[in-house]
Ligand binder design. Structure first.
Ligand code: ZN
Length: 167
């Protein structure tokens, strides 16, 4: 028979930072428009020309080498105008748990030595048998039986249902 380890409803609360969205600065992009391309603009090397319009002729593109940006700032070629923009990246922190909670200390009985103790006293251990990691979180603290009981931890979903009923 499985003993259910229930979540302590008083400790169950939503993590305020779960799914929290924030915006962080990303890469800087420098695009240019030019009515005439200076010789030091080398397509595919320090810039990428994305469009050329005729009548009047106009070049559009992106600078891929920061040295070219510096050179433009220093030499200020009249035929080129730069536009520097920064990407904004949205970050959602879903690597955090959605809920915080603790389990109620629950009395369980070892099926081997029949002693009673709280589930928080269970020991855990693991070893490598050559192929797999063998592990147990159900080791009796008294006799050391590897799987001393059958317990089931309540899911957050079930606890939330109970909490709703209580309210
Ligand atoms: Zn035992």
């Amino acid at each position: 028979m499985n003993t259910l380890i229930k979540i302590d409803l008083r400790t169950l609360r939503k993590n305020p930072y779960y799914g929290y969205r924030e915006f962080v600065p990303g890469a800087t992009r420098t695009s240019f428009t030019a009515t005439e391309l200076p010789k030091f603009f080398k397509d595919g090397i320090n810039c990428i020309i994305t469009e050329i319009k005729a009548d009047p002729i106009q070049y559009f593109g992106e600078i891929i080498d920061q040295k070219l940006v510096v050179r433009c700032i220093n030499e200020k070629p009249k035929c080129v105008s730069l536009s520097i923009s920064r990407e904004v990246i949205e970050v959602t922190s879903n690597n955090q748990p959605e809920y915080f909670f603790k389990y109620l200390p629950t009395k369980i009985k070892c099926e081997e030595c029949h002693n009673s103790f709280l589930h928080t006293e269970l020991k855990s251990d693991s070893y490598f048998d050559g192929d797999d990691d063998i592990w147990s979180n159900e080791i009796c603290p008294i006799c050391g039986e590897w799987h001393c009981c059958h317990i089931k931890y309540e899911s957050v979903e079930d606890a939330l249902k109970r909490k709703k009923v209580k309210l």
